[in-house]
Write a protein that binds this ligand. Structure first.
Ligand code: ZN
Ligand code: ZN
Length: 377
């Protein structure tokens, strides 16, 4: 069968043949891949030549955000039947540590995990995939057109979950008990800055706005770009920070500097570090962007540490997501789309067929938000 990905020692993206996968265990499921969406990780893997291919292999299929249709199920499969629409998680646990053995391989303690399309395992840019039932999540029929966004939304779900869990460490200080971080209406009386209006930044904006957080979303694109328009469509304020220093960004534009949450989704290391200076007392800063290459910069380390300690601030990194976050993402996807006027569909700006894979991985302009590759027409 046809696959698209990387070949050892060869720069760029290529098509190659892989053997057709087969059901071997009772809990195996064969999935026909319908759609795959490349993301920043895929573009960076190619741009920086970060080939992470398993020993004994010469190629790896790319793609870790997908929609598929169940083709065949093993004898022990209970939750799925042929023709179900599905999406799949990315990480496969180390099989050794406690989190991995308890459905939380996103918090793996050994680092010995693998990841489909990223780290050692073939991704989903291929016609068929076989995997275990536990990694496959059923998609309700009315969400099929958006389900390729489940994985990126699950990343944001995990980031927001970290914020809410950690911040439940103290009683929230407004006059409304219903605004405490673990309440359903937790977003009231809170302000957040989202850094980056790419897919992750826009999805973070969506979840924060769904919770009624006063949200400021920033990027380097102009006010009339599709990214800015979608941020505003969700009730966020958009800030073009091309000519604004991070400190100005916060002090002049974001809720008069009173930020309770910073959600970093740009992967710009310098901005990410400078924004630590803009945290307020007891606030939380979650980083999800992954910078590539090196960046050496000067910081006032004493000031930074002093501030973090004296003001009880939390800086937290968040990567990957587990099945629970995928299920949360599918539940919230419906709410986001109906609440904000089809915003998710508008994020899927570019579509290509599998044969056009070279084009799908070319550099994109300011109007691009998210590419979908149609593997099976
Ligand atoms: Zn582990
Ligand atoms: Zn309140």
């Amino acid at each position: 069968m046809l696959a698209v990905g990387m070949i050892r020692g060869k720069p760029g993206v290529h098509a190659f043949e892989l053997p057709m996968p087969e059901i071997k265990q009772p809990d195996d499921v064969l999935v026909r891949v319908k759609e795959v969406s490349p993301d920043g990780t895929d573009f960076n893997i190619l741009r920086y030549g970060l080939q992470d291919i398993a020993d004994g292999r010469n190629e790896i299929a790319l793609g870790h955000e997908m929609l598929g249709i169940v083709g065949e199920v093993g004898s022990g499969v209970k939750s799925l039947v042929p023709s179900d629409a599905v999406t799949m998680t990315v990480r496969r646990g180390c099989g050794q540590c406690y989190p991995c053995l308890h459905n939380q391989s996103d918090m793996c303690m050994t680092g010995l995990f693998t990841e489909r399309g990223i780290h050692k395992l073939d991704g989903f840019l291929t016609q068929f995939v076989v995997d275990q039932e536990q990694y496959i999540i059923k998609v309700p029929p009315h969400l099929v057109k958006l389900a390729v966004l489940t994985e990126p939304l699950s990343i944001v779900e995990k980031g927001i979950e970290q914020i809410r869990t950690i911040q439940s460490r103290f009683p929230w200080s407004c006059a409304h008990p219903e605004h405490s971080f673990l309440s359903e209406n937790w977003g009231g009386c809170k302000a957040a800055l989202v850094v980056g209006a790419g897919p992750l930044g826009l999805l973070a904006t969506a979840l924060l706005r769904l919770a009624a957080v006063n949200t400021f979303t920033s990027d380097l694109v102009s006010e009339d770009s599709p990214k800015a328009r979608l941020a505003k469509q969700m009730g966020a304020s958009y800030i073009n920070n091309r000519n604004v220093k991070p400190k100005e960004l916060v002090e002049h534009y974001c809720a008069a500097g009173n930020l309770d949450i910073i959600f970093e989704a740009s992967g710009a290391a310098d901005t990410a570090i400078e924004l630590i200076n803009c945290m307020r007392r007891s606030s939380i800063y979650v980083m999800t962007g992954i910078p590539r290459g090196d960046l050496i910069m000067q910081v006032d380390a004493a000031q930074l540490v002093r501030q973090l300690v004296r003001q009880n601030q939390v800086l937290v990194g968040s990567v990957n997501s587990n099945r629970g976050h995928f299920e949360m993402a599918l539940r919230d996807m419906e709410k986001i789309d109906s609440r904000f006027n089809g915003v998710l569909k508008e994020m899927l700006t570019n579509r290509y067929r599998l044969e056009e894979y070279q084009k799908a991985f070319e550099p994109r302009g300011p109007k691009h938000i998210k590419t979908v590759i149609e593997v099976e027409a």
